[in-house]
Design a protein around this ligand. Sequence first.
Ligand code: ADP
Length: 287
Amino acid sequence: MENIIEIEGLHFSYQSEDEEEEAVEVLKGIDLSIKQGEFVAVLGHNGSGKSTLAKHLNAILRPTQGKVTVNGIDTADDDRIFELRQSAGMVFQNPDNQIVSSVVEEDVAFALENLGVPYEEMRRRVDDALKAVNMYDYRLHAPSQLSGGQKQRVAIAGIIAMQPKCIILDEPTAMLDPQGRKEVMATIHRMNREQGITMVLITHYMDEAAQCGRVVVMDKGSVVLDGKPEQVFSEVEKLKSIGLDVPQVTELAWELRRAGYDISPGIITEDEFADAVERLFSADKQG
Ligand code: ADP
């Protein structure tokens, strides 16, 4: 598969208003490639640079040094910024800040109208996008009457209607209740599976990261771990040393392993843990 995102030697510093003050480097040389169709979680402690990295993927920010390419478009290329933002949509934490219209379907159509998409095609794309996020029945509702999870799904529909290759979600569930979190996670996993849209999910929820195909962990502006969830979560000590908690079952399995039990590292789901414990017991019985 081809790389949809290529980040090479990315350094970034926020320039302070005060010229005397020295700029602090927030991203310190990031190299990262993401293939079309991948579902990648980006984990890290507050302030590790996750949002700053995400904002480089649709040119809200530009590298101080290095290069970022998305769908073959260099984010520093001013002439292709619209094309870039159609390929890579962004969903933010606060659903209320992303809603621009007083009717759900108008909200989803907003960006398409600005792009000058013909009416018939716009109608079809808006309906398809609303159906894809299970919000079609609410198309004539006012967004203000929706729950947080429903609003986030409308925001996601607005992006899907642009037919992007890639969606970057910056803590999209942080302000939602458990039901809303579940709905949003299920929606983006389905979009990834069925439409092959690449997902980059910034999160601080371990359980959300555990559901992704790949987990990238950031600390102080660098990528410190990158791999499948079971690989990344088997690095319990390293994760703890950078202030991240591992899923509870992972920690429990790790403690058992440390105590000498034959239990595999990198257990991330309750089912896996239950299986492993069952195996321990049955081995015990036989032995
Ligand atoms: P994360 O998303 O992992 O919490 P951020 O990318 O938001 O991390 O922040 C990384 C660092 O950059 C932090 O130290 C933060 O204070 C700083 N920072 C973020 N936004 C700005 C800004 N607009 N101006 C100056 N510094 C910023």
